[in-house]
Design a protein around this ligand. Structure first.
Ligand SMILES: NC(=O)c1ccc[n+]([C@@H]2O[C@H](COP(=O)([O-])OP(=O)(O)OC[C@H]3O[C@@H](n4cnc5c(N)ncnc54)[C@H](OP(=O)(O)O)[C@@H]3O)[C@@H](O)[C@H]2O)c1
Length: 266
């Protein structure tokens, strides 16, 4: 019996590298995607030996449309791939007004377009096969956009919304999808963005291993949205219920009376 394959983007570092280790521990062979081939090869060798699985580097600069299409094609055509982790990403160097437009465009392309293309490719391929799992790395800033760079926060809101919508479509097809919303997590992401993370209180930064283990526990529980830090899950339920309570009021034939009282009274 051949093993199922997990394809992980951003597998050369941080959260993606931890997912590679944990999914190999769960018996998956791996396809490891990132730009840095040397790091992918080192990691593939280590994980193959540690877990007695097959790990294959798939070097790609996902910021290049031709590389992105090559990875999407692999997801569509390799029938052994049944798990996708979208972890490739970059952090902003500061606020929107302080960042270069080119950097922000790159961040949004990687966080939105790339994740969208790979998620849709996997959603279609996995539903045709009747099984599979997709994990999308969002962020808690999707819920707190006022507190972070708006381009990054908006990209992570896209990830959350796409995942929540697809979950209802994929569930009847036997495919699971999850958005993971980490807070600060100890990885290279800050250093790579040229950001000094020394000012972040230690009590607000989670170890990447703990973050991924908690996220996988949430996946196993069937959660569509997992916030690894959140102790009181009733807070999320209340937030989600408040959102659903808006539903009957969001699309009506008349404007609200506070905007156009005359029309509302007609
Ligand atoms: N760390 C946090 O505090 C935190 C919090 C919330 C959410 N997240 C999210 O979690 C995800 C992983 O972040 P991390 O903290 O693990 O960051 P990281 O350690 O910097 O890893 C980022 C990964 O993305 C890859 N990558 C970057 N640009 C790429 C490109 N153009 N093509 C292909 N791969 C590319 C990098 O590999 P190469 O350089 O080899 O290409 C690396 O493997 C991101 O989506 C991030 O937004 C992180």
């Amino acid at each position: 019996m051949s093993r199922p394959i997990a394809l992980i983007t951003g597998a050369s570092s941080g959260i993606g590298a931890v997912y590679a280790d944990r999914l190999a521990g769960r018996g998956y062979d791996l396809v490891l995607v990132a730009r840095d081939l040397a790091r992918l090869e080192t990691s593939a060798k280590k994980l193959s030996e540690k877990h007695a699985i097959v790990a294959t580097p798939l070097p790609a600069d996902l910021g290049k449309p031709e590389d992105l299409q090559r990875v999407a094609k692999r997801i569509r055509e390799d029938e052994a791939i049944s798990f996708l982790v979208n972890s490739a990403g970059v952090a902003p160097s500061g606020s929107v007004l302080d960042a270069s437009e080119t950097d922000l465009d790159r961040l949004v392309f990687l966080g939105v377009d790339v994740l969208h293309t790979l998620t849709v490719a996997a959603a279609k391929a996995f539903s045709a096969r009747g099984e599979g799992g997709i994990v999308n790395l969002a962020s808690v800033v999707a819920l707190m956009p006022e507190r972070f760079n708006g381009s990054y926060a908006a990209a992570k809101s896209f990830v959350l919304t796409l995942t929540q919508s697809l979950a209802s479509e994929l569930d009847p097809k036997g495919v699971r999808i999850q958005a993971v919303l980490p807070g600060f997590t100890r990885t290279e992401i800050f250093e790579r963005a040229g950001v000094d993370s020394s000012g972040i209180p230690a009590g607000m930064i989670m170890d990447a291993g703990h973050m991924v283990d908690a996220a996988l526990a949430g996946f196993d529980m069937g959660e569509v949205v997992t916030i690894p830090s959140l102790g009181d899950d009733g807070l999320w339920s209340a937030f989600d219920q408040a959102r659903h309570a808006l539903a009957p009021h969001l699309s009506l034939d008349k404007p609200a009376p506070r905007y156009l009282p005359g029309v509302a009274a007609e």
